[in-house]
Design a protein around this ligand. Structure first.
Ligand SMILES: Cc1cc2nc3c(=O)[nH]c(=O)nc-3n(C[C@H](O)[C@H](O)[C@H](O)COP(=O)(O)OP(=O)(O)OC[C@H]3O[C@@H](n4cnc5c(N)ncnc54)[C@H](O)[C@@H]3O)c2cc1C
Length: 414
């Protein structure tokens, strides 16, 4: 089929759809990107108010992600990188600082002297960093043996205190679930990514990432407020009919990035609050703070790189799960920050509840199931989205790329 004439739809303008469209362009096509909402980015959303960029949910860009290296211009994103460590609130309002001394020497004394991690913990951490350096995304996810992260950490021999004070809150914040029942495969991949690159947020918000990709489009048309409600394959004409806002439209190939309804997904949820602060101690700058107590609402918090127009600092805090009463949550957070962290929170500036934040998985994989991307002369529907692999920006981008390549192989057969 002539690439100029091929009609290709990409359904969903989240990261997987944006990368799929970009790859299709690179392969010579002019795709139609069909998005149900009025903006690109999907779950990468930033709300800008009074020049403050409020991300809808705290998420970090890990610069070591293979797909980030492939697609993003890191310099242009103007990142605020977090120091490779954390402040831990265990049972006193004085936080304990630990960090990766191989990446930031300033963590040397606090990390060597801390009693949170035993000598064995520190040795195991280093050994694991070196072991995982030799692995890649595929070898990690392809392993057949897997268990929960919680069991894995115990089996690795980390001390109970180190697991409870550091690993539990840190990975609970990444998985958005407090019990670490998520597969240890994701743990190994994320652990490797943290060891090999920075964790960062764009100063202008996480939505800078999809914006950067969309700014490269030359032949992609984006249609907003268009919901696809049905997909029908027509094997007689080798085409696929989409019902877009109720109207039928025919395409030679379709890349569908939203989870189909028949896929029974469960989602982890979280709240993200932004509070004003009069003052901030220097130790809180450029670092993620974690609260170890399982009874605490606070999972993690950090200070934004921007200040309010009145020159006040802004703190972002993540609360896991789905407690419902927002006003009560705000009051309790103000009390908890005072009692646990010696931080006096000011007014709540913004809050988001993200119900469908991260899909949960029985089986994580680094490559899509063959039936989702295999070219087949009678089938022009391909799937992408993080829900197919594992919950991460890297997986979303990779799935978009692989779906575009599969669609190209399919169209070449027509
Ligand atoms: C709070 C939170 C924290 C996170 N933290 C991290 C992190 O620290 N690091 C990390 O790597 N990842 C993180 N993630 C995950 C990351 O954001 C996602 O993996 C990624 O954005 C998923 O992209 P996607 O394209 O697969 O899906 P989505 O972003 O969900 O995009 C799907 C798009 O399809 C559209 N759509 C849906 N149905 C239809 C339809 N019928 N017709 C048309 N359009 C439709 C939607 O409107 C949406 O725009 C986090 C996510 C959240 C929410």
């Amino acid at each position: 089929m002539n690439k100029n004439e091929a009609q290709i739809a990409v359904v969903g303008a989240g990261m997987s759809g944006l990368i799929a469209a970009l790859e299709l362009e690179r392969l010579g096509y002019s795709p139609h990107l069909i998005e149900a909402s009025d903006q690109i980015g999907g779950r990468l959303k930033t709300v800008v108010e009074n020049d403050i960029c409020y991300d809808q949910g705290f998420q970090v860009l890990l610069t070591a992600y293979p797909e980030v290296k492939r697609y993003l211009d890191i310099e242009a994103l103007d990142l605020m990188s977090f120091r490779p460590g954390a402040l831990l609130f265990e049972d006193s309002t004085r936080p304990i600082q630990i960090g990766d001394i191989n990446r930031d020497f300033k963590f040397l004394w606090s990390t060597l002297l801390t009693s949170v991690a035993t000598l064995k913990d520190k040795r195991t951490l280093r050994k694991e960093q070196l072991r995982l350096k030799e692995e890649n995304e595929d070898t990690i996810f392809d392993r057949t043996a897997h268990t929960t992260t919680r069991v894995y950490l115990r089996e690795k021999g980390y001390s109970a205190r180190f697991r409870n004070a550091f690993f539990m809150p840190f990975y609970a914040g990444i998985y958005l679930e407090p019990d670490l029942i998520t597969s240890c495969k994701l743990f190994e991949f994320v652990f490797k990514m943290f060891a090999e690159g920075d964790a960062a947020v764009p100063r202008k918000g996480i939505a800078e990432i999809p914006r950067q990709i969309a700014s490269r489009f030359e032949h992609t048309s984006i249609r907003f407020n268009k919901r696809v409600s049905r997909i029908v394959e027509d094997s007689k004409t080798n085409s696929t009919v989409l019902f877009i806002n109720g109207k039928k439209e025919r395409f030679d190939a379709v890349i569908y990035t939203a989870a189909p309804e028949q896929v029974d997904l469960k989602w982890n949820s979280c709240w993200n609050f932004y509070f004003e602060l009069e003052e901030v101690k220097k130790k809180f700058n450029d670092i993620i703070s974690l609260v170890a107590s399982r009874d605490s609402l606070i999972n993690n918090f950090y200070i934004l790189p921007q200040k309010t127009v009145k020159g006040k600092f802004i703190l972002s805090v993540t609360v896991l799960g789905n407690p419902k009463d927002q006003e009560q949550l705000i009051k309790n957070l103000q009390l908890e920050f005072g009692a646990l962290c010696d931080i006096e929170l000011g007014a709540c500036l913004k809050s988001f509840y993200i119900e469908n934040a991260l899909p949960t998985y029985k089986k994580m994989r680094s490559l899509p199931r063959p039936e989702h991307v295999q070219p087949n002369a009678n089938r022009g529907i391909f799937h992408a989205g993080d829900y197919m692999l594992y919950p991460s920006l890297n997986a979303a981008m990779k799935s978009g790329r692989l779906a575009a390549e599969a669609a190209d192989r399919y169209l070449a057969l027509l």
